[in-house]
Design a protein around this ligand. Structure first.
Ligand SMILES: Nc1ncnc2c1ncn2[C@@H]1O[C@H](COP(=O)(O)OP(=O)(O)OP(=O)(O)O)[C@@H](O)[C@H]1O
Ligand SMILES: [Mg+2]
Length: 507
């Protein structure tokens, strides 16, 4: 036996100390490095067919924001299926999810890799992964020893999950299987203090059935917050009915909201069910509520006050039970002062206001979000690897992100496209220059890139020229062929752009 009783006891003790779960998980991972001498390890939580890193060691910091779906990661799928210690052969052909994500090691082609699935009463709740650069690195540890390590980690994770459940005041009996899990696609990535606070607020308000006003700048995640509130509410069984108030022409707005009966007005040839009726017993999400006209605000108020509504052209009154979540990027208090928004409606909606902070106030989440979007981008474009260079992370952290999370998301996707065109590979490293076109303004549409299909016989220089030619041409088209605007979008000096265009034969 190469693991001493003392060292196992040390893990057990480590797991009892530490102020937060995060802390404890990190200690577990750090102890593993000392104990097993691994080069990289991760503690992952399993839910909804994906693995989410809880703590990492020896891996790029953005890994903490990545989500690894079973379908996209056969190695993790094998661990989830195994039910026991998995030792991957050093030359396993299954791609490693951390390939390219171990700093200073670009390649994991031949290495030692172990996966330990973690269970609580037969239910898979997570996994530990252990990687070493030397193929024989873990040969002297027996399966029994590794199982013991896994059992300790399982116990720690189970405890943490139960404590979380207790803290979230759910009254249902404690068991691992009824711990709520967010739907993939609606997860709010972020561990910063302001995000933790926001998640606590969401949890509190979700169960209350109050109407909620969600405020925040463009692209901060207001729609995601609305989904999270709905998912955490007793109405989660129904889907959210969505209505964008900004996209409602005044003439159809009323029937869109409340419906109309056949013959109510010229052109009303059928009955039409309004959004309020569709959302009966569920949730109605009124996006961009600040754009609603004053007359519609009055009608909306009546429904919120009395719960009854009238279809256009109908004398009957319908009773509905709808929870309204409303979002706006305007300062509604100011709108009230300027007589553009009804004070009484504002007060009805903002019993519990939820403010989503701008990305620049949660700088430490930029790393996680960047990793999250890299992984999404990789899956979306069918690539083997999308890693972030360290120099590039520091650049992303410096930028102020006026378009917030959406701008970061688009920047990562765009950088992936540019890197794919220039690196001609499906294993990409995103570097600072791929982000150089972060647009100044959210309103600027992302440059529509048609990546040229590059011939294999083409040299790098020619391929790059082709790419630049096409990028400049597309950008020019996007800004009415104005050179100065184009230079701004490409974050270039205009004189340099003219010079480059001349060399590329664009002028
Ligand atoms: N914390 C987060 N974790 C993961 N993705 C996020 C997060 N916040 C926002 N996003 C993503 O960023 C994009 C913008 O979010 P969303 O549409 O919710 O913003 P918004 O506040 O409604 O913007 P707008 O005011 O422009 O309507 C979406 O693709 C969303 O999934
Ligand atoms: Mg929105």
């Amino acid at each position: 036996m190469s693991l001493s009783v003392e060292s196992l006891a040390r893990i057990a003790i480590q797991l009892q100390s530490g102020i937060s779960h995060q802390d404890r998980f990190q200690r577990l991972i750090n102890t593993l490095r000392q104990l097993l001498g691994c080069d990289a390890s991760a503690l992952l939580r399993y839910e909804q067919r994906q693995f989410r890193p809880l703590a990492i060691d020896g891996l790029a910091p953005d890994v903490l924001g990545r989500r690894f779906s079973l379908d996209a990661h056969p190695r993790l799928e094998a661990i989830a299926r195994a039910g026991d210690v998995v030792r991957f052969p050093a030359d396993s052909h299954l791609p490693d999810p951390y390939d390219g994500l171990i700093p200073n090691r670009q390649d994991l082609k031949v290495h030692a890799c172990i996966g330990l699935p973690l269970f609580a009463d037969q239910t898979l709740i997570g996994a530990l992964t252990i990687d070493g650069m030397d193929p024989a690195q873990f040969d002297h540890f027996s399966d029994e020893e590794l199982r013991l390590v896994g059992a300790l980690a399982s116990a720690a994770l189970t405890n943490a999950l139960l404590v979380e459940q207790l803290e979230s005041q759910t009254i249902t009996p404690l068991s691992i299987s009824n711990i709520p899990a967010g739907k993939p696609g609606t997860e709010m990535v972020g561990l910063s203090e302001v995000m933790r606070q926001l998640k606590r607020e969401i949890e509190m308000v979700a169960g209350s059935d109050l109407n909620v006003l969600i405020t925040g700048e463009t692209g901060v995640g207001k729609e995601l917050v609305a989904k999270a509130i709905h998912e955490g509410s007793s109405r989660a069984g129904q889907s959210v009915v969505y209505l964008n108030c900004a996209a409602l022409p005044e003439s159809v707005a009323e029937s869109e909201l409340f419906g109309h009966v056949k013959g109510a007005f010229t052109g009303a040839i059928h009955h039409r069910t309004g959004k309020f009726e569709m959302a009966d017993n569920g949730t109605l999400f009124l996006d961009e509520i600040g754009e609603l006209s004053l007359s519609l605000q009055a009608k909306l108020l009546r429904v919120l006050q009395y719960g009854d509504l009238q279809r256009v052209g109908d004398d009957n009154v319908l009773r509905v039970n709808v929870r309204v979540l409303a979002a706006t990027n305007r300062d509604l208090k100011q709108e009230v002062l300027d007589n553009r928004f009804r004070a009484d409606l504002f007060h009805r909606l903002s019993v519990f206001p939820v403010h989503v902070p701008p990305l620049r106030e949660r700088g430490q989440d930029i790393t996680l979000l960047a990793g999250f979007f890299c992984e999404k981008s990789r899956e979306r474009m069918g690539l083997k690897r999308v890693a972030l260079a360290a120099n590039c992370l520091s650049l992303l952290k410096q930028y102020t992100w006026p378009g917030n999370v959406r701008e970061l998301e688009h920047a990562v996707y765009r950088a992936t496209i540019i890197a794919r065109a220039t690196q001609q590979s499906d294993e990409l490293l995103l570097e600072a220059q791929h982000f150089n076109q972060v647009p100044e303004q959210m309103d600027t549409p992302p440059v529509a890139l048609d990546v040229p299909s590059l011939g294999v016989d083409q040299g790098l220089r020619d391929a790059t020229d082709d790419f630049q030619r096409q990028l400049i041409d597309n950008t020019l088209n996007n800004c009415a062929r104005k050179w100065s605007a184009c230079a701004r979008m490409l974050d270039m000096d205009v004189a340099n752009l003219h010079r480059l265009a001349k060399r590329l034969g664009l002028k």
